[in-house]
Design a protein around this ligand. Structure first.
Ligand SMILES: C[S@@+](CC[C@H](N)C(=O)[O-])C[C@H]1O[C@@H](n2cnc3c(N)ncnc32)[C@H](O)[C@@H]1O
Length: 224
């Protein structure tokens, strides 16, 4: 399977999931989600991963003055909550169907800007935008390619200001059996792999949490 074929497969599979039951595939905790429940679950993610970590996230900046990047925004669950805290949120997703749902759900949220991307890079973000924080959750755990994930990490390094944080989650359970054309089970990372990827991409992997588990969280700080 070529790189391009893999990107196409991710787009087609996530478009199909979005058409079938987007909110369930975005957050499998429930089959049916009301609007309130779905967006409250995004608020919870932001409370649990960001608002309790503002020293690392903001580094003294006023959140209202910050520009934030989200990779894999799905139907806008977390994006909406991010836009409630930060000045500007730019969010990408490989699935046009997911982006259409997010655009509809966030039509009254002018500081959330959504883009469909190619599944591997951030060239859709307009030139000259510099970001103060980047975030991604339950996205890389679905990507069946180290090359694609590392490409994103390089791209985030390109767009973040020096010193800023990219906080994201990868699959840490190495017992997961993956296959290049399975877009549900992403490639797992050991602690050593996570450290090496940071170094190759210009980040300091200052904190890691959840090694060996599905929710392996990484705090990458962009080196000056
Ligand atoms: C489980 S959903 C999570 C969505 C969102 N992060 C949330 O927590 O609500 C995974 C999302 O990642 C997107 N995705 C999967 N592979 C991607 C890729 N290679 N590039 C960008 N988005 C991708 C899917 O289209 C889907 O919307």
């Amino acid at each position: 399977m070529t790189f391009e074929e893999q990107l196409l497969k991710m787009r087609e599979d996530w478009d199909a999931r979005a058409r079938e039951n987007a909110r369930h595939y975005v957050q499998t905790a429930q089959t049916e989600w009301s609007d309130d429940e779905f967006f409250e679950s995004g608020e919870r993610t932001v409370r649990e991963q960001i608002l309790n970590d503002m020293i690392n996230v903001c580094q003294g900046k006023d959140p209202r003055e910050m520009r934030v990047l989200e990779i894999g925004c799905g139907a806008g669950r977390v994006t909406r909550a991010l836009a409630g805290q930060f000045g500007e949120v730019h969010a990408v997703d490989v699935s046009g169907e997911m982006i259409a749902l997010a655009m509809h759900a966030l039509r009254d949220v002018p500081n959330a800007i959504l883009y469909q991307n190619n599944g591997a890079d951030l060239r859709v973000i307009p030139d000259g935008k510099v970001f103060d924080f980047a975030f991604s959750t339950i996205v890389f755990q679905h990507i069946p390619s180290y090359e694609v994930i590392e490409n994103y990490v390089h791209e985030v390094a390109r767009l973040l200001r020096p010193g800023a944080l990219f906080k994201f989650q990868v699959q840490g359970d190495s017992s997961i059996a993956t296959s290049p054309n399975d877009t549900w089970l992403g490639v797992p990372f050991s602690d050593e792999q996570a450290v090496e990827m940071a170094e190759r991409c210009g980040f300091e992997p200052r904190y890691r949490h959840g090694q060996g588990q599905q929710y392996f969280w990484l705090w990458y700080f962009k080196r000056a």
